[in-house]
Design a binder for this molecule. Sequence first.
Ligand SMILES: *Cc1c(COP(=O)(O)O)cnc(C)c1O
Length: 359
Amino acid sequence: MKVYNFSAGPAMLPEEVMKIAQEEFCNYRGTGCGIMEISHRGKEFTEVIERAESNIRELMNISDDYAVCFIQGGASMQFAMVPMNLLPAGATADYADSGVWASSAIKEAKKFGNINVCGSSKETNYDRIPEIRHWKPTPNAAYLHITSNNTIYGTQYHGFPESGSTPMIADMSSDIMSRVINVNDFGLIYAGAQKNLGPSGVVLVIIRKDLAARTPENIPTMLKYGTYIEHKSLYNTPPTFGIYMLALVTDWIKRLGGLNVIEEINNSKSEVLYELLDRSSFYRNPVQPDSRSKMNIVFRLPSEELEDKFVKEAAKLGMTGLKGHRSVGGIRASIYNAMPLAGVEALIDFMNDFESRNS
Ligand SMILES: *Cc1c(COP(=O)(O)O)cnc(C)c1O
């Protein structure tokens, strides 16, 4: 049975990417060695890491003012690395609180300096992106931190704040490369790979080089952006498997036609699901319409019993990972880049059928 995995992360990978990885796992391009057995400083892996970087630069249209780094420790380690590197003593950083991940970033940053929560949607249970026109930014803030897609609540920015001369930093873990963005609007972008780009174990960091140059001297080597920039992410042994998979996934995005094409596909996938939710009086999407995520689509059924039944029946039909995050309940369909339209259509057929049998 074909299984469509709607899990929030680690999430589905493109089937053709997994087939290539499967083949190259035991014998990488005729070398007689598997991709995980070769030196990170040998010519084969050098080609892999350079291809990963050049694919990312090409797809996201990244200029030479920015460095592209591959770092371990997950997006959660970036919650600490960002303030350690970019929040000087005595300065204040602005954070928008749009949910659990944003709050974790805030909590961590508070260990390093003054944090101003410039906007929040906590009062409405994070059912929207904090309304930008009501934000209270700090004059001359060290940076502004946002979470572009809120994986747990199913909300997403559909327009970014104008941060002026304040560098904007975004946690894009759950919508990186799902749409066209202008990298020049940001000082730093980070994303754990395990949702849209590959396996867990590697974080993509895109950072404006002049910002990295502001880092204080006394930061541990492995926690300093400059180390990764200077050594092209090869100061020590990098997460080779994650970088390899990132190269394959970005090759795949290029073959599809780039982020314009990916964005159109993601638009169609999310539109058909939201259409059903809007049409139905059985399913209910709790998110404010202008904040709806195209990556994580959350909905409720009339009762928790029906939600349990929904998740179980869907799994029997090969649609897994639909249970909402434990902190909010309900159903969540994560439809990242690798989820084909056919998977969304299968879910819609099931939802229509389930509704007719249970309402
Ligand atoms: C999943 C997720 C994280 C946590 O990522 P780790 O790599 O597990 O640390 C952080 N931010 C967002 C937006 C996420 O979706």
